[in-house]
Write a protein that binds this ligand. Structure first.
Ligand code: SF4
Length: 578
């Protein structure tokens, strides 16, 4: 007799977790919140924490969680069961995905299959759970998942999840009934209500709402106006989690600088900051549990009161760990606080090495500012610098690529010449540029793979000659997949199904389809093509509050190497978000 599949090892993990809030009473709407990757990564994601807490505190809901099982796929249990109650995922009223990264799309399919559900929404019956998805990857462009998900919530969960639950609990359960009520929530996107048609060249020609409400069916992204209304920090501490040694605390959403490649700088507009007082209150609570407070935001050096907050954390015996710092905004006080706390590593992101290319991407950052910041940080005792740079950016020349090695060499020389007490390591992280929806570079092609490989090899050669420099690079193939899933439309669905069926062969599958040689859409169309300015884009139906004409103007300014000053949310109305 075949033995029963082993149950996941829930107890040790659950016992090792520490919950930092009091859940509400259990309600009769059952929701399984799935993070489409491993447990350790799910617990490193503040968005997942925030949604879990909202659901767990709501007395109308009984919430459980799900993650990808550990170990090789061949050993995954069937069916997948939830983390706490070990309940099959297909038994819940709602299976809700929190999706932060396009690279997890294939795992969404893994979880659906593990739940015993047909992958395509059109094949699922009335007894299936409602399959819901939200998270930043899906509110940039939900279309690659549109054939698999019943309903997307486009926007920030704090703003719309309570309204969704109000509708969901106000009537009978069942997939169709839930869907009918939930689609009325502002920001909800129900893909089966939309029809996509393509012209003979394969461009999206029509994307039209065909539902009962009539009208164009534009979906307005929802966002939280005042971050201080909510606390967003670690609510589950687990030693196994990535960053498990830190108390993570969200300081801001968005960024005022408008770097033209950066989705976070446009999709979260207008930029919003938590007040220093609220941050300190949360940090002080976190310090009772963890000695390091991870301050999370797109750019942390411009955060109001950041130096004072870091100093208070240090005075309380803790260590502040900001996610990324814009070099020209680093003050001596901030550098001192980070150094005094014994910060092992601080991330600075020049993104491009030449002044010219930094103007193209609107970095508003000069080389003297980069050198000064690194000198301050290392001078105050920071042991390692992490530098983020990209290759394949629009308009990039050989000189721009050459400038990467030269910049790192000058940083190193300056640190040595300045007599920094401990010059330390420089970790250079180089990623191929990925064009993202809702940015001024959304129309740009990704650089071709051969060109990226040559550039990365050249930069690696240059950097290998500089002492104490480590290099890490993302592969051009991974960037290709990321671009496909960022800019794809619903024709990407059969590609995702193939990747799900044979994940280890993912590149062979894509290669076989490239150039229109397969029986599905040519993936190159979404990756290597410059899109026309007047072309209908798969994500145009979302209203992110940022005017497309503004993005186009920024794209043109990039080509003319003209920079745009940072946001002044009190006076500016330029992009439409304020
Ligand atoms: S309206 Fe102005 S300040 Fe507001 S997000 Fe747009 S560019 Fe920034």
């Amino acid at each position: 007799m075949p033995s029963a599949p082993p149950l996941p090892d829930r107890a040790p993990r659950a016992d090792a977790e520490r919950r930092l809030f009091t859940p509400g009473p259990r309600g009769d709407l059952s929701v399984c919140l799935a993070y489409p990757n491993r447990y350790a990564l799910g617990l490193a994601n503040l968005g997942f924490h925030a949604v879990y807490r909202l659901l767990a505190e709501d007395p109308r809901v009984t919430v459980d969680r799900a993650f990808l099982p550990e170990g090789p796929r061949s050993g995954w249990p069937r069916p997948f069961v939830s983390f706490e109650a070990r309940r099959p995922l297909g038994d819940f009223d709602i299976l809700a995905f929190s999706v932060s990264f396009e690279s997890d799309y294939v795992h969404v399919l893994d979880v659906l299959r593990g739940a015993g559900l047909p992958l395509r929404r059109s094949a699922r019956g009335a007894r299936a759970p409602l399959v819901l998805a939200g998270g930043p990857a899906t509110f940039l462009n939900p279309e690659p998942l549109a054939e698999f998900v019943d309903l997307f919530l486009i926007g920030e969960a704090e703003e719309m999840l309570p309204e969704f639950l109000e509708r969901a609990t106000d009537g009978p359960r069942g997939r169709e009934a839930l869907l009918e009520r939930a689609e009325e929530v502002e920001g909800a996107y129900r893909p089966d209500r939309y029809e996509a048609r393509y012209d003979e060249e394969g461009r999206l020609a029509v994307f039209a709402y065909r539902g009962p409400r009539g009208g164009p069916g534009r979906v307005r992204r929802r966002y939280v106006h005042t971050l201080d209304r909510y606390e967003t920090h670690s609510v589950l501490l687990a030693p196994e989690a990535v960053f498990g040694d830190k108390f993570l605390l969200e300081a801001s959403r968005g960024c005022e600088w408008g770097c033209r490649f950066c989705a976070a700088g446009f999709m979260y507009r207008p930029v919003r900051y938590r007040s220093p007082e609220r941050l300190w209150e949360s940090a002080a609570r976190g310090l009772a549990l963890r000695s390091t407070v991870g301050l999370v935001g797109a750019e942390m050096a411009g955060q109001p009161g950041i130096a004072g907050l870091c100093e208070r954390i240090v005075e309380a015996g803790g260590r502040p760990s900001p996610s990324s710092l814009k070099a020209d905004l680093i003050s001596p006080a901030l550098a001192r606080a980070l150094g005094t706390a014994g910060s092992r590593s601080v991330t600075v992101a020049p993104e491009a090495a030449s002044e010219r290319l930094r103007r193209v991407i609107n970095k508003n950052l000069t080389e003297p500012e980069i050198l000064r910041a690194t000198e301050w940080l290392v001078g105050h005792g920071v042991e390692a610098l992490k530098l983020y740079l990209m290759v394949g950016l629009p308009t990039e020349t050989d000189e721009d690529v050459e400038a990467i090695g030269a910049l790192v060499a000058r940083i190193r020389e300056r640190l040595v010449a300045g007599g920094a007490p401990k010059v330390g390591r420089i970790l250079v992280s180089i990623n191929p540029f990925v064009p993202k929806p809702w940015t001024p570079f959304q129309w740009e092609a990704m650089d071709d793979l051969g060109s990226l490989r040559r550039k990365l090899a050249r930069v690696r050669r240059q950097l290998s000659a500089i002492p104490a420099v480590q290099v890490e690079t993302e592969s051009p193939r991974e960037a290709y997949l990321q671009t496909l899933l960022s800019r794809g439309d619903r024709r990407v669905a059969p590609i995702l199904e193939r990747l799900h069926a044979a994940p280890d062969a993912w590149w062979s599958i894509l290669r076989a389809l490239r150039g229109g040689r397969g029986d599905v859409v040519d993936p190159d169309r979404f990756v290597l093509r410059t899109w026309a300015a007047d072309e209908l884009l798969p994500w145009d139906f979302i209203d992110h509050a940022v005017d497309k004409r503004y993005l186009l103007a920024e794209w043109r300014k990039a080509r003319a190497e003209i920079q745009t000053p940072p946001c002044d949310t009190h006076t500016c109305h330029a992009c439409g978000a304020c």
